[in-house]
Design a binder for this molecule. Structure first.
Ligand code: ADP
Ligand code: MG
Length: 455
């Protein structure tokens, strides 16, 4: 990428300095993707992917960057941001609608409660887990919810695969605006509803009612905009709705399963408008976030599950949060139906029924080999009596992985580790789970071993 080319040694050194002085998640979200170079004697040019990142860095890390300049480069610089945002190159078209101070809304204000009956109580910010995979979309959503129509992030366009939290985030924005600004009207609809409302309004001769419904709002939240394809008159209607809201400084938030330029059958003038504000995405959650989501869900339901079961679910369902929750719910439902508790072996059985193809058949000896390689010890040490702490740890990790990745019983596992007793295996699993819970770096290492075994 272009940004790579201008990334100077100076900036890389500054990044290194900052990376150990801030949360890893923040670093990954905001700074990792930047590149920079001294522009002249006084200025340091920082390239960032979009305006939101520039604003965020400026607001949150300005001091740290200045400190890095001083400590690492031994001098001060003024920062100049350069936004490297390809999506916005046709923004000049917007000149007619360039937002000044929000103009007067043409229609009188109503209370905001009637406009939002379709917001689900479940979809709020406080039930939304934030991790590397969604931090920027979350931060942008909060920013527009706290200052709808006032930030530069208009429209806010959130895209991501199915079940990754688009609807949740969109509705959380709606709730938050309603709570903070009781006089503001929020309207949430899917693009299909927009289409059908429009078509109905035509057949009933009530287009002006439709127009009021969608334009007389302070924030319009349209879910799954990729479905607004086809009918030209609907697109035309949305185009005018967009222009009107934008012109009056009203907030627009859109979601889609793909970035604007990849939406098919949608008019170019709409697609280009979708990139005027901020386009941000939701990725698939990492393991840590999947676990956090499961724990959050359990807490909210007042239920608890053994850690190894939660871990198993998080390991098995990796790409879709809806499915992650669904799997958890199925486990709980089964347990309540059978009046039993979910332990690891039951969970493994239920999950292997649900996801028969996801797991390779692993053997204990392949786990031993891979673990030995990661710990840089000889595989025979897995069975030996020898016990330096490094070897003992490697052995415990291999036992833990054998327990969570194969269907072998404790007895069989113990047998494979030089004829050890099943209580030794239980003890090993406990030690490793605890260590993983308190040491993220250790957990990451274990995840890497699991991943190399599984994929
Ligand atoms: P999408 O609209 O992208 O298909 P949803 O917003 O419907 O996905 O999310 C699917 C499910 O996952 C919902 O139950 C939602 O509450 C949950 N979910 C998604 N993202 C998160 C998150 N970051 N934290 C907690 N739950 C989430
Ligand atoms: Mg959705």
């Amino acid at each position: 990428m272009q940004t790579e080319q201008v990334n100077s040694k100076q900036w890389k050194d500054c990044l290194k300095y900052m990376s150990v002085r801030m949360k890893e998640q923040s670093f990954n979200t905001w700074l990792k993707q930047t590149s920079g170079t001294p522009a002249d004697d006084n200025e340091f040019l920082l390239r960032v992917p979009n305006q939101f990142v520039a604003d965020w860095i400026n607001g949150h890390f300005g001091d740290l960057i200045n400190e890095a300049f001083r400590e690492v480069l031994g001098r001060d610089y003024a920062i100049r941001y350069e936004v490297n945002d390809n999506g916005n190159e046709d923004r000049q078209v917007s000149i007619n609608f360039e937002k000044q101070e929000p103009a007067h809304s043409p229609a009188p204000k109503k209370t905001n409660t009637e406009g939002t009956p379709s917001l689900s109580q479940r979809y709020r910010f406080n039930s939304f887990v934030v991790g590397d995979f969604n931090q920027m979309a979350h931060a942008a959503s909060l920013a527009v919810a706290d200052a709808p129509g006032i930030t530069r992030y208009n429209p806010l366009f959130i895209y991501g695969g199915t079940g990754l939290g688009k609807t949740h985030l969109l509705q959380a924005i709606g709730h938050r605006i309603v709570e903070q600004f009781p006089n503001k009207r929020v309207f949430y609809a899917t693009s299909e509803k927009f289409t059908s409302d429009f078509i109905t309004s035509i057949s009933e001769g009530a287009v002006s009612r439709f127009t009021r419904m969608y334009r007389d709002v302070d924030a319009l939240l349209i879910d799954d905009i990729q479905f607004l394809t086809g009918k030209e008159s609907t697109q035309e209607q949305f185009f005018h709705t967009f222009n009107s809201l934008y012109h009056y400084g009203k907030q627009i938030v859109l979601t889609s399963d793909r970035p604007p330029r990849e939406i098919k059958d949608l008019e170019e003038r709409l697609l280009s408008r979708f990139s005027w504000g901020l386009v941000t995405d939701l990725q698939a959650p990492d393991l840590e976030s999947r676990m956090a989501i499961l724990y959050k869900k359990l807490t909210s339901e007042g239920i608890s599950l053994p850690d190894d079961v939660v871990r198993l679910v998080a390991d098995t369902v990796t790409t879709n949060i809806r499915e992650l929750e669904g799997t958890l719910i199925r486990l709980l439902a089964y347990a309540s139906l059978k009046k039993t508790t979910v332990d690891l072996s039951l969970a493994r059985k239920l999950l292997s029924d649900a996801f028969p193809k996801q797991k390779k058949q692993l053997t204990i000896s392949s786990i031993q080999k891979m673990t030995a390689e990661y710990f840089d010890i000889d595989p025979t040490m897995m069975k030996a009596k020898k016990k330096t702490s490094h070897i003992a740890l490697a052995r415990q990790v291999a036992m833990y992985l054998s327990r969570s990745l194969t269907n072998s019983s404790l007895k069989v596992i113990g047998g494979e580790f030089g004829g050890r007793d099943h209580t030794t295996v239980i003890h090993a699993c406990d030690i490793i789970s605890k260590k993983m819970a308190v040491e993220p770096a250790f957990r990451e290492r274990i995840d890497q071993i699991s991943a190399s075994l599984l994929y």
